[in-house]
Write a protein that binds this ligand. Structure first.
Ligand SMILES: [Zn+2]
Length: 192
């Protein structure tokens, strides 16, 4: 059995340092992954050109397009990262769920992708929207009117008020038993 209510841990300096570490780690992985994606594209395009006996210029053109796309993703994520660090310095906001949305889009006949949206109405009348990957782990544990706490800058930024059934890790988004103090997957502290 877990307990209901918001945790006091989220303001703890040690806890916030661990969150910053997680944000840095995720950013580092992405920065390593992007150049690898480019190398992969370059190799595949060169091989395809060779097999089809196409002019190597086609391969180079594909590489340039891939490079531009990857550079854009790179820049967007660097901006996101610094914004995220800024958000981590701001306080948490209490509110209630005012809207829950899930739409499934067909990628093709066998694969579907779901888009999630959770809208939180704050006590001073503002609206906070949490979307997609950041919203997905919380979606099925929430209904309209539920109390939540929004933690700006956290990897998974929602804290459930009702922790009687389940608690969601704000570091990795995995579900844990309500009474658990350390996440079973990432070993970071749970908000309890
Ligand atoms: Zn975790």
């Amino acid at each position: 059995m877990g307990t209901n209510g918001f945790s006091g841990k989220s303001v703890n300096e040690e806890f916030r340092a661990l969150m910053k570490k997680q944000v840095n780690k995720n950013f580092k992985y992405l920065m390593i992954a992007l150049p690898l994606v480019f190398v992969f594209v370059a190799v595949v395009s060169a091989v395809v050109c060779k097999i089809n006996d196409t002019n190597i210029g086609v391969s180079v053109a594909a590489d340039v397009i891939a490079l531009i796309i990857i550079l854009v993703i790179f820049i967007v994520n660097i901006i996101k990262y610094f914004k995220n660090l800024g958000k981590l310095k701001t306080g948490s906001i209490d509110g209630t769920v005012t809207k829950l949305d899930m739409t499934a889009a067909d990628l093709n006949s066998t694969r579907k992708r779901a888009y999630y949206k959770i809208v939180i109405g704050t006590e001073d009348g503002k609206k906070i929207t949490v979307k997609n990957d950041k919203a997905a782990p919380f979606y099925r544990h929430l209904k309209k009117g539920d109390r939540v706490r929004y933690h700006p800058g956290f990897v998974f930024p929602i804290e459930l008020y009702d922790k009687s059934e389940v608690n969601v890790c704000v570091f990795c988004g995995k579900e844990n038993d309500a009474s658990v103090t350390e996440c079973r997957v990432c070993k970071n502290p749970m908000l309890i």
